[in-house]
Design a protein. Structure first.
Ligand code: ADP
Ligand code: MG
Length: 435
């Protein structure tokens, strides 16, 4: 095929992707390059590893479908990195840096709710280890903590490409630490963590009650701090409110800058909806943005969820997006939101969805086929009801609050990484809210 033909084919393919999967499409798809199309193998060049990873994880089916539609042949799509100039030396073996390409500073809307957190992350990404150390961000779930952490990584790498960054969820820190003890590779683990330029641990509240991990983290913290390496931490509450955390750690968390993220105001929510739509190349009218901003008030992830529901509804109905359609798409949820959701509603929906028995969810069984639905129940109960962790644990076989907290963290991580889980959770939430 002539170069011009393949270029034309690629343009058509990107247009097709935008048509079949608007929610997962991004305006920057236009900047992707066709590297090779040969014998049914189509290779796409991405600017960096994060982009290639994102496309592989979230969009490979859509790309394959579009490629097959356009060429009329079976095609396998591969994502590579342009010029392969990226090095991976900055990535520690266990903490593989999987950055989300959307989570940049450019895509973060700054408002009164997050101004300090944003500014301090910016400062730290430009001169790690010298401005605010440690930087401690805290706030409720869905307010942009993880987004800011990814943005720091993107920006720090732009400023200094060889910078070594270790970015771990707190759970990954704990698990890696435990497995290093088991495998007898503790000193390797320690020296790897202690030699990075930036150490980022997301959701440090998971260190609660884990005394040995706290001890390990304490020494890692000291080593990095003394060498003027940057430490960035996030949590769901302020350092002094982190119960069952060693006092010496809490005091260190406060040595640098502590920045809180609050729920966004109406104006900021509108700007975020517009930003998310813009990123996907979607036109969104002011009245629809306002509708979404009114609907989702506390967790920003819900704003994106609402946008997705509207586009999915429009696609299924084969209708253009109008205010009326948006109201219908979100309307069902708004009406039912007046009825308080109970844990029983959640258990009923989850048992039906996964085809498991309630007695099993409440039993001591720990097989994956039971444990996962049980953890999903805990996560949904935490997000959709006002019950305490103890009460949730009580409904699920008398489990204690730390088990529930652990489950919520696990499912939250999973849904961030795995689009299929996210869809399951969205579908379950929808069923529960419809009653
Ligand atoms: P947290 O880690 O605090 O639970 P996340 O960083 O995972 O929250 O954010 C949840 C979602 O909301 C992400 O998709 C993120 O991009 C988005 N988000 C949060 N705050 C903002 C913001 N100020 N501007 C744009 N998107 C945001
Ligand atoms: Mg997070």
């Amino acid at each position: 095929m002539k170069t011009q033909d393949t270029a034309e084919l690629f343009t058509q393919m990107i247009d097709r992707i935008k048509a079949i999967d608007p929610v997962n499409s991004r305006t920057w798809f236009d900047d992707l390059r066709l590297v090779e199309f040969n014998g049914g193998r189509l290779e796409i060049g991405c600017p960096d590893e994060a982009t290639a990873q994102f496309l592989q994880d979230q969009c490979s089916r859509t790309f394959t479908q579009a490629a097959q539609n356009i060429t009329g042949h079976l095609v396998s799509v591969h994502f590579g990195i342009n010029g392969s100039s990226q090095t991976h030396s900055a990535i520690p073996a266990q903490g593989v840096l999987k950055l989300h390409p959307d989570y940049s500073f450019d895509n973060f809307v700054v408002g009164p709710c997050n101004r300090l957190a944003h500014a301090s992350c910016m400062a730290v990404s430009h001169s790690p280890g010298t401005t605010y150390n440690p930087l401690f961000l805290y706030g409720n779930v869905g307010l942009g903590k993880t987004h800011l952490l990814h943005a720091v990584c993107h920006e720090a790498r732009k400023t200094e490409s060889g910078i070594s960054i270790c970015f771990l969820s707190c759970e990954a820190f704990v698990n890696t630490f435990i497995s290093a003890i088991e495998k007898g590779t503790l000193s390797e683990f320690q020296s790897r963590l202690r030699s990075v330029d930036i150490l980022i641990i997301d959701d440090v509240q998971f260190l609660r009650e884990r005394e040995q991990s706290q001890e390990e983290f304490f020494h890692t913290f000291n080593a990095l701090y003394n060498n003027r390496r940057q430490i960035i931490l996030t949590a769901d509450s302020a350092p002094s409110e982190l119960s069952r955390m060693e006092e010496r750690l809490i005091s260190r968390f406060k040595w640098g800058l502590v920045a809180r993220l609050d729920a966004p105001s109406y104006e900021t929510r509108i700007a975020i909806v517009q930003k998310k739509a813009h990123l996907r190349g979607l036109d969104i009218s002011e009245d629809i943005a306002a509708l979404i901003a009114n609907k989702a008030q506390t967790n920003i992830r819900e704003l994106e969820g609402a946008l997705t529901i509207i586009y999915a509804t429009a696609k299924t109905a084969g209708e253009p997006i109008s205010l009326d359609l948006a109201r219908r798409a979100l309307g069902e949820q708004m009406v039912s939101a007046e009825r308080p959701i109970t844990i029983t509603d959640i258990i009923n929906a989850v048992t039906k969805y996964f085809d498991v028995r309630q007695a099993d969810l409440q039993s001591k069984k720990r097989s994956q086929s039971i444990a996962l639905p049980r953890q999903i129940c805990m996560y949904l109960a935490r997000n959709l009801t006002k019950h305490s962790l103890e009460e949730i644990g009580g409904h699920l076989g008398g489990r204690d609050h730390s088990t529930v907290l652990h489950a919520c963290g696990k499912i939250d991580q999973l849904q961030q990484k795995d689009p299929a889980t996210r869809r399951q959770l969205d579908e379950l939430s929808r069923q529960i809210q419809l009653g």
